[in-house]
Design a protein around this ligand. Structure first.
Ligand SMILES: *Cc1c(COP(=O)(O)O)cnc(C)c1O
Length: 351
């Protein structure tokens, strides 16, 4: 979270300016909350240049619920085939939910090499009749990111962008649906952003449990039930920060590239001492993952890091090693501190 946003939340927590009430006390149907609910969605439209034929929905249930809502709305009962591109752990989990709802084809699978890459264009084997093609733009655990959207022709493209949403500009018109939970780049846990094209929306299944229907949310202007008001208020502040303080997604992207490159440069100049997990053309600008020659060296590195207040660096147990998550709000100075530690630690060990 950007510090300026946290401070603003702290200032306004007891009483919103001029209202005498907390954001947690106002009505979710009143004009005061509408300012945050409409404002956050308008900010997203501005930041991502979302075309008019897309709806912006603010839902609950996290990305995990989207793993199921996507196939329940667009696969189940259609007789069509959902195509999944697997480049890491989250995509695999989404696939495991999809197979409960209908026929699923893995149209590219990068697990054989330990999820360290994205597929070549020629590897994509889309099976028809295709309901949609699904991919994960940034695999958070492995630190593998698509530099650009996969080519899928006229088949609707669906993306889990949970861990790189708002880190860079996106050609939204290439997507049928793109979603992201807020808690990596867009706010606190509790709200999930879904951007969906009208023609895909109109294909969603009827007769679903109300909450699971994208159409029900769209018909109710994303107020089908009480929304997570506090999380949406913070989303509004974060998107304000991106627009006004950062200067938009192009500027955010440049800052993110600069931060990530600082760490990858040390990795690349370490003669293999730091072994990057992702192949260079699939490296994430959000999650930098690398390994040490042995556990003892890694332990020494983590102890030295902790003494410099650099924490939460241990990677997910499925990959091991280190994962530096350098989301939008991580200041450049934080990455400089880690870069300096990595350089000094390497210099020391290679003497
Ligand atoms: C964090 C994350 C999720 C899980 O989100 P929840 O809101 O906890 O369900 C899913 N996909 C990706 C890519 C993530 O980074």
């Amino acid at each position: 979270m950007p510090e300026s946003v946290l401070k603003r939340v702290q200032d306004e927590l007891l009483s919103l300016p001029g209202l005498g009430m907390s954001v947690m006390e106002i009505s979710h149907r009143g004009p005061e909350f509408a300012e945050f609910h409409d404002g956050a969605r308008q900010n997203l439209r501005t930041l991502l240049q979302i075309p008019d034929n897309y709806q912006v929905l603010l839902l609950q249930g996290g990305s995990r619920l989207q793993f199921s809502m996507v196939p329940i709305n667009f696969l189940k009962g259609t007789g069509q085939i959902a195509n999944y591109i697997l480049t890491g752990s989250w995509g695999k989990k989404a696939y495991q939910e999809a197979i409960k709802e209908g026929e699923v084809h893995v149209c590219a699978d990068c697990q054989d090499s330990g999820f360290d890459r994205i597929p070549e264009a020629a590897e994509l084997q889309i099976r028809d009749p295709a309901a949609y093609v699904y991919f994960t733009s940034n695999e958070t655990i492995e630190g593998v990111q698509f530099p650009a959207e996969p080519q899928v022709g006229s088949v609707p493209l669906i993306c889990d962008a949970s861990s790189d949403f708002l880190s860079r500009p996106l050609p939204i018109e290439r997507y049928g649906l793109i979603y992201a939970c807020a808690q990596k780049n867009a706010g606190p846990a509790g709200v999930t952003i879904v951007i969906i094209r009208n023609d895909l929306l109109s294909r969603s299944q009827v007769d679903l449990p109300g909450y699971l229907s994208y159409q029900a949310h769209a018909d109710n202007d994303s107020l089908y039930n009480t929304p997570p008001t506090f999380a949406i208020y913070v989303l509004k502040l974060i998107t304000d920060w991106l627009l006004e303080d950062v200067g938009g997604l192009e500027a955010m992207h440049n800052r993110n590239i600069e931060k990530a490159n600082m760490l990858y440069e040390v990795i690349d100049n370490s003669d293999g001492f730091y072994a990057g997990h992702a192949r260079p053309d699939a490296r994430s600008i959000m999650n930098v993952t690398f390994q040490f020659p042995d556990d003892g060296t890694q332990g020494a590195f983590l102890r030295e890091a902790a003494s410099r207040d650099l924490v939460n660096l241990l990677g997910h147990r499925s990959v091991g090693g280190i994962r530096a998550s350098i989301y939008n709000a991580m200041p450049v100075a934080g990455v400089v501190a880690l870069r300096d530690l990595m350089q000094e630690f390497f210099d020391q060990r290679s003497k």
